[in-house]
Write a protein that binds this ligand. Structure first.
Ligand SMILES: NC(=O)c1ccc[n+]([C@@H]2O[C@H](COP(=O)([O-])OP(=O)(O)OC[C@H]3O[C@@H](n4cnc5c(N)ncnc54)[C@H](OP(=O)(O)O)[C@@H]3O)[C@@H](O)[C@H]2O)c1
Length: 316
């Protein structure tokens, strides 16, 4: 496993990290979830991403238990706030930052979050209020670094221009061969300002593994067939996308990689990406995906992969 510095922070994060959306505490059995986490540490993953809203606290509670036996300085722990935790608890107001941080610390059984992220931008709260509240979490020692997820470029810029507040070090956008939106504004802006990307759904929720064949039924035991986990995949399961992904298989073979490894290596070719946050429902996926760290792929092969996907995603 290789490690990269996260933005301007002193955090060294593994190129492949492990997330917990839909999976741990929710759709994946606890024993299996624990086995995934163990496999992650065995493979050199040192970076774990979660959020208060994943399973409305259940993912953090699972991780709090599962990580309890490990030295706290042996991993980098990231969580998030913003999405509703109850009918009245949501957003990035000063009161919510204070309340949600305490709740996350309790569930995660720790006294410090390494990376505290705003899950989305909160248009109901003045940016100054959010940034001042976040700065206090850093000053108090309960948070080491700050990040955001899916903030529009103009809001990132506005936060950068505020005086006397802590600086963001990370951005968490969706990024994969199937979703290249961050390349337009967010990556250039972040790269110029010491902010690194930790990217979500780098495998398109499993679609970029090639296991969803356009002419065959959805394979049982996959996210797409799961009642608890499969609700966000419609865009990804369209026939042109699935056909294009099948056409990537020979390219992966040419590179000497599996298709998930090729898809992850593609994400990691971008120097502003510090880590690709994978999900995993079984340990073998963790092991396979970690094989993408440190591989060299000919840029011309990546260009061919991009062209195949671009053609499929073009509006008809
Ligand atoms: N900031 C945000 O708004 C946001 C949003 C979404 C996610 N995230 C973060 O990003 C993390 C990753 O998101 P994601 O789970 O969508 O990522 P992903 O890595 O694109 O998809 C993960 C899923 O793909 C399947 N898979 C993984 N490796 C595979 C392999 N080698 N072969 C075949 N199938 C494989 C597994 O599902 P099955 O085995 O069940 O098919 C796995 O749960 C989340 O856990 C979360 O921490 C953040």
């Amino acid at each position: 496993m290789r490690y990269r510095r996260l933005g301007n922070s002193d955090l060294q994060v593994s190129e492949i990290s492990l997330g917990s959306w839909l999976t741990y505490g929710v759709g994946v059995e606890a024993d299996q979830a624990r086995a995934c986490l163990d496999a992650a540490f065995d493979e050199g993953i040192n970076f774990i991403d979660t959020a208060n809203v994943y399973g409305r606290g259940a993912a953090e509670t699972f991780l709090g238990e599962a990580l309890a036996g490990r030295p706290r300085d042996s991993y980098v722990l990231a969580t998030k706030l913003y999405f509703p935790m109850s009918d009245t608890d949501r957003g990035l107001s000063r009161a919510q930052v204070e309340k949600q941080l305490e709740a996350s610390l309790r569930r995660l059984r720790t006294d410090v979050i390494d990376l505290y992220q705003c899950h989305r931008y909160d248009r109901e709260t003045p940016l100054e209020e959010t940034m001042e509240a976040l700065t206090r979490t850093v000053d108090s020692g309960k948070v080491r670094y700050l990040g955001f997820s899916e903030w529009p470029a103009d809001r990132i810029q506005a936060a950068l221009e505020l005086p006397n507040v802590a600086r963001f070090v990370s951005s968490q956008p969706q990024y994969s061969l199937l979703w290249r939106e961050p390349e337009r504004d967010v990556i250039p802006l972040c790269a110029a300002n010491g902010i690194g990307q930790i990217v979500w759904s780098p495998l398109g929720q499993g679609v970029l593994s090639g296991k969803y064949h356009p002419d065959r039924p959805l394979p049982p035991g996959t996210r797409a067939t799961s009642e608890e986990m499969g609700g966000f995949m419609d865009r990804l399961l369209q026939r042109p996308v699935l056909e294009a992904v099948q056409r990537l298989k020979p390219l992966a073979a040419e590179a000497g990689l599996t298709l998930p490894q090729l898809a992850l290596a593609w994400v990691l070719r971008e120097p502003n990406v510090a880590s690709a946050i994978i999900g995993a429902s079984r340990p073998s996926q963790v092991v396979e995906n970690c094989g993408a760290s440190g591989v060299e792929v000919d840029p011309e092969l990546f260009a061919r992969a991009e062209a195949i996907i671009e053609e499929a995603l073009e509006p008809a």
